[in-house]
Design a protein around this ligand. Structure first.
Ligand SMILES: Cc1cc2nc3c(=O)[nH]c(=O)nc-3n(C[C@H](O)[C@H](O)[C@H](O)COP(=O)(O)OP(=O)(O)OC[C@H]3O[C@@H](n4cnc5c(N)ncnc54)[C@H](O)[C@@H]3O)c2cc1C
Length: 375
């Protein structure tokens, strides 16, 4: 049997990104995806435009809206409107298109995709990995990337990723039309959701609405929240199909690799624990994983340590602050809204966070400085 350089388990954003970057460096890579057809994911599609820098091809065709205005509300009133400066763009992408488009580019560079391939067993035999599917197919590879999302059993199985997993509880609804949501405007509602927030992201002819709880146990009152939020956005209270998901979020620094194995995206618990931003770290980790594997496969590195280290520097250090901010903000959201969102400089900062220009660590440092200087 042909031994692949790398097998990637899961063809979402993180797996697709890894596949592209490996194939782009002439590696023999295979992507294993359990679903034959693309199934729409519970994802708002909000993404910093800076993600474009991760790819040498243009992502334009996946963008449905460029967000220029962000509206915040507390219990549907006390609105704050932030105009995003043109220098910090934020996009709403069609999530299904994004994943397929990156995979298409990976295939153009020589990646192979096998679907449906529902991975049911992964074993290491001598120097190779043997990956088997539910239906008995087998793939052999020198290295593997785990990219199968929030429900992945593999990080725990192989002793990588955080010891204690933390999940945000989410409900998403996709609605026809745009209701009262204006072109290029996103909405964030705090106050209605216990320990979390609700969002409304416009697409071309739809709106993606989500409700997320980030700390503690979610109170099962999502339906009551949607009954108030949907009419406020110009939709009928009962409109749309509700889809619940558990989203694995960042929960402490951890080793994201072992011998010949790396974990990326949601499977690696990289999603932002404050704002549920998961696309940027998924795409970034896919690229970084590919970079480190390239070095290993070319004999220029002896191990994959640099992957864990780079993700810590580029993402984890900011998420450590994001987690602290999340724990304080969602425990005392009214104070957080008054002191954080309603500050005169908040619109600019929010734009910078959403665009990836500023990290939570930068925000925390500014707050600490302000407290010390008492300004
Ligand atoms: C309601 C909701 C809204 C969100 N909104 C946003 C947003 O607006 N912006 C943002 O940045 N992030 C958002 N996120 C987070 C974002 O969707 C995730 O972080 C992102 O999807 C992670 O990509 P991934 O490739 O790691 O995982 P996934 O996209 O989950 O992909 C995993 C892939 O692995 C496949 N797979 C699973 N098991 C197997 C198996 N056994 N064998 C083979 N294949 C398998 C799956 O079919 C899937 O294709 C949202 C999440 C939720 C739940």
């Amino acid at each position: 049997m042909n031994i692949k350089d790398v097998a990637i388990i899961g063809g979402g954003a993180s797996g697709a990104s890894a596949a592209f970057h490996l194939a782009n460096s002439n590696k023999d890579v295979i992507l294993l995806e359990k679903n034959e057809e693309s199934i729409p994911k519970s994802c708002g599609g909000g993404m910093a435009a800076s993600v474009q820098d991760l790819f040498p091809f243009n992502l334009n065709q996946t963008i449905e809206q460029v967000i220029k205005t962000v509206e915040f509300s507390w219990c549907l009133s006390d609105h704050v409107v932030a105009e995003l400066p043109g220098s910090s763009p934020f996009w709403i992408v069609n999530r299904t298109k994004l994943d397929s488009f990156i995979i298409e580019n990976a295939i153009n560079k020589g990646a192979e995709i096998l679907k449906p391939f529902n991975v049911s067993s992964i074993k290491k035999q001598y120097d190779n990995w043997i990956i088997s599917s539910e239906s008995g197919q087998r793939v052999i590879a020198k290295a593997i990337i785990i990219a199968d999302g929030s429900q992945s059993p593999w990080p725990r199985h192989f002793g990588i990723g955080p010891k204690h997993l933390h999940y945000a509880s989410t409900t998403s609804v996709k609605l026809e039309g745009r209701g009262l949501l204006k072109e290029g405007t996103s909405r964030f509602e705090f106050g209605l959701v216990h320990h979390g927030f609700a969002w409304a992201f416009p697409l071309k002819n739809n709106v993606n609405i989500g409700v997320g709880t980030f700390i503690g146990k979610s109170k099962d009152n999502t339906e009551r929240i949607l009954e108030q939020l949907l009419p406020n956005l110009g939709f009928k209270a009962s409109e749309g199909i509700r889809k619940k998901s558990s989203l694995r979020v960042w929960n402490g620094h951890s080793n994201l690799h072992n011998d010949g194995i790396l974990v990326v995206g949601d499977a690696a618990s990289l999603c932002d624990p404050f704002l549920a931003e998961g696309l940027r770290p998924a795409l970034m980790s896919g690229k970084e994983a590919a970079k480190c594997l390239n070095l290993l496969l070319e004999g220029k590195a002896n191990n994959l340590n640099s992957y864990t280290n780079t993700m810590k520097l580029k993402w984890g250090d900011s998420m450590a602050w994001g987690r602290r901010i999340s724990q304080v903000f969602y425990r005392f959201p009214k104070i957080g809204y008054q002191l954080g969102i309603k500050r005169p400089t908040a619109p600019e900062r929010i734009a910078q966070i959403l665009s990836g220009e500023m990290s939570y660590a930068d925000i925390a440092q500014r707050v600490i400085k302000r407290l010390i200087l008492k300004k």
